[in-house]
Write a protein of this length. Sequence first.
Length: 154
Amino acid sequence: MRRNKIYIGLLLTVALALASCNRKTVYYHYEHAPVSGWEKTDVLDFYIPSVSAGTYREELGLRIDKSFPFMGLCLVIKQTILPSGYVHSDTLNCSLIDEEGNNKGPGLSYYQYNFHVNTLQLQDGDSLHITVKHNMKREIMPGISDVGIRLDKQ
């Protein structure tokens, strides 16, 4: 009996170690937006420390709740590569709710979405400053709880 517990414990430890290691992910962080209302002037900032040379996939994560009032969301994502100072802006139109009013993302009370933003070619020592803001006609956007950035080396 004791031997079985040791084997099970060892197996769980190895499984957790393998599941938690993703060497391709360089950066993965969420910033909180007030669910009661993300103001149009509020900018979410993400700072990614220096990376090695290579090609990177940039992805935006989004979490909303049931109070989100629209079918989609327009976001402006601005990437500044340092030290060169190169600036690139993307507009991302996120389709979140279908025509019947059903959320397209998985979840129960909060819904998760992931959207490809850009593929970046970075040099040794480059770092990134990424800003995200909404670009909707409505000044205060309720129902958005978190916005995140993920950077994976390809």
